[in-house]
Write a protein that binds this ligand. Structure first.
Ligand code: GDP
Ligand code: IMO
Ligand code: MG
Length: 432
């Protein structure tokens, strides 16, 4: 038995979906524990591309069970769309394959509207560049104890009351502050009751199901969304998402006890990307940045925005190892670096004549920080066909070795293309 957590080590889009899909072969359960449909997790299986925003990336395996934990913020309309898309491609989802926590908070139409109104109201330089999916306002209501949960879909009178109470306050903001049209409680209620009809059979107690599975010897894979630097506490606040993205939240966000986690895998893109606003010390504003963006196909899987690109940042990689307790790395997109004569690894930052070995807690310091780089030799060969470490050019192996040394963490997985088969599984966390 092994229970494994997968997290992003950077600013998201490291290739978590691909690695979750790969490891699902060895797992029984796959669990999303935070975030919502701000996530976009891409899988390429037998040449076919799938993008999941809410459904766990294990869903392509028909005999595995997927869970949406209490820590997720769930937009029911988006979930149903994803389920319909899967059904249309011959993979119908049913309650034997997917369970939704009764405690997961629902993203409501007013959350999406608040998200876009708040973003528009921010001055340039202060905008977060959110995905506009209502994530922050929904988590905000959860913390303020005003949220509506998946379980409320099963109790029509209480749902209506909660929608009314929420809209009383939100409509005041829409009309008085944001100059937006108020929302009618009845319309929101009707829409959500329709979702309730379809989703009711899926809503249950995820914590109990996971614990029963654990006791029966099931292997559980926890699928993180976003990345360590987007964590609400430990990331580049306020340019972060509104949940804890680090491994500790796999437990809180699913109702699974911490002593049952056996392994944490950090997904590390071989260079760095960020979508949205906020500090990015190793960002490249030159043709090399453009090359990485093009070769890596770096467009957001959720919003389609161009991702900002830069060199690998060893400081945040080390930070991710510390914050998540990472046992092994999955290094992705190594193939994108082919053809770069020299690669750079940021090993520290300098600000005000001082050397920094960790990300500062104060946003003002970011603006002054300069990365200190170590140069590493690149390789010219294309490596998308490599299936074992021996197939890689020596310089690519050296790059991986240096990352392992600098982060003091072994590589468990190497990825050289988007396809499931373009992967080297060096150490299987489920076979410990
Ligand atoms: P996630 O949010 O962490 O799941 O990552 P995304 O799916 O948003 O972005 C990762 C992108 O890189 C997707 O388009 C993947 O298909 C692709 N990808 C994943 N691993 C590799 C790899 O090793 N090489 C290349 N070229 N693409 C990859
Ligand atoms: P995956 O799981 C990359 C970013 C947004 C924005 C910030 C806040 O695919 O790696 P939000 O809508 O969450 O309030 O936006 O967080 N962001 C992501 N960036 N990958 C993601 O998810 C992201 N989810 C949110 O771009 O900067
Ligand atoms: Mg993504």
């Amino acid at each position: 038995m092994a229970n494994v957590v997968i997290v992003g080590t950077q600013w998201g889009d490291e290739g978590k979906g691909k690695i979750v899909d790969l490891l699902t072969e060895h797992a029984d359960f796959v669990v999303r524990f935070q975030g919502g449909n701000n996530a976009g997790h891409t899988l390429v299986v037998e040449g076919k591309k799938y993008v999941f925003h809410l459904i766990p990336s294990g869903i392509l395996y028909e005999n595995k069970m997927c869970f949406i934990g209490n820590g997720v913020v769930l937009d029911p309309g988006v979930l149903l769309e994803e389920m319909d898309k899967l059904a249309a491609s011959g993979l119908p989802v049913n309650p034997q394959r997917l369970m939704i926590s009764e405690r997961a908070h629902l993203i409501m139409p007013y959350h999406r509207l608040l998200d876009s109104c708040s973003e528009s109201a921010l001055a340039s330089g202060k905008k977060i560049g959110t995905t506009g999916r209502g994530i922050g306002p929904c988590y905000g209501d959860k913390i303020l104890r005003k949220g509506i949960k998946a379980g409320d879909l099963l109790d029509a009178p209480s749902l209506m009351e909660k929608i009314r109470e929420n809209l009383e306050e939100k409509n005041f903001l829409f009309s008085k502050k944001f100059n937006a049209d108020p929302l009618a409680p009845e319309a929101v209620y009707d829409e959500y009751m329709q979702h309730a009809d379809r989703l009711a059979p899926y809503i249950d107690n995820v914590s109990v199901a996971l614990d029963n599975g654990r006791k029966a010897g099931k292997h559980i894979l926890f699928e993180g969304a976003q990345g360590t630097q987007l964590d609400i506490d430990h990331g580049t606040y306020p340019f972060v998402t509104s949940s804890n993205t680090i491994a500790g939240n796999a437990c809180t966000g699913s109702g699974f006890g911490p002593s049952h986690i056996d392994c944490v895998i950090g997904i590390l893109k071989a260079y760095t990307t960020r979508v949205g606003e906020g500090p990015f010390p190793t960002e490249l504003f030159d043709p090399t940045g453009d090359e990485l963006q093009k070769k890596g196909g770096e467009f957001g899987a959720t919003t389609g925005r161009k991702r900002r690109c830069g060199w690998l940042d060893g400081v945040i990689a080390r930070e991710a190892v510390r914050l998540n307790g990472i046992n092994g790395l999955a290094i992705t997109k190594l193939d994108v670096l082919s053809g770069q004569p020299t690669l750079k690894l940021a090993t520290s930052y300098e600000a005000d004549g001082k050397t920094l070995n960790a990300m500062p807690g104060n946003i003002k310091t970011y603006a002054k920080m300069q990365p200190i780089y170590e140069d590493l030799a690149g390789w010219s060969e294309e490596i998308t066909q490599a299936r074992s470490v021996e197939d890689l050019p020596a310089k690519a192996r050296d790059y991986v070795k240096r990352i392992e040394e600098f982060t003091e963490t072994p590589a468990y997985i190497l990825s050289v293309g988007p396809g499931r088969e373009q992967t080297m599984l060096l150490n299987n966390p489920f076979q410990k």
